[in-house]
Design a protein around this ligand. Sequence first.
Ligand code: HEM
Length: 121
Amino acid sequence: MSSLYARLGGEGAIQAAVVLFYEKVMADPTLAPFFAGLDMGAQISKQIAFMTMAFGGPNRYTGRDLQTAHARLVRDGLGDSHFASIARHLDETLAELGVARPLIDEVIAIVASTKKDVLSR
Ligand code: HEM
C-alpha cells in the first residue's frame, strides 16, 4: 500500500494542513502561550518536514528530536491536556480539509505514538 503521506495527498496537502492546524493552535488560549515569541514560519516548515517523514514521505527533517524540542515546555507545565488539545486540533483540521476518517485515525495514531517523547516520559 502507498504511504500515508501519499494517501493524504502528498506535499501540497501536508502544507495546507499544517498551516490551518497552527491557525487553530494559535487561536486556542490554552496553547498559544507555549508558542509566544516563536518564529511561526520556521515552526510551520519544521512541522511540515516532521509530518512528511512521520507519514512515510521523503525524510528532510533536520530539527531536534521531540524530547529535546519540548523539554523546556514540559518544565513550564506542558502536559496531557495540552497534548490532547493539539491532537484534537489536528483531527479537526484534517476533517475540515475533507480527509476521510480512516486516514485521520492513522494520523492520530502516529501522533499519539510521540506522546512519551513530547512529554519526556
Ligand atoms: C503532538 C505531538 C507533537 C509533535 C509531533 C510535535 C512536533 C514538533 C516539532 C517537529 C518541533 C520542531 C523541533 C525543533 O525546533 O527542532 C516542535 C517544536 C515545538 N513544539 Fe511541538 N510537537 C508536538 C506537541 C506539542 C505540544 C502539545 C505543544 C504545546 C502545546 C508543542 C509546542 C511546541 C513548541 C512551542 C515548539 C518550539 C520549541 C522551541 O523552539 O523552543 N508541541 N514540535
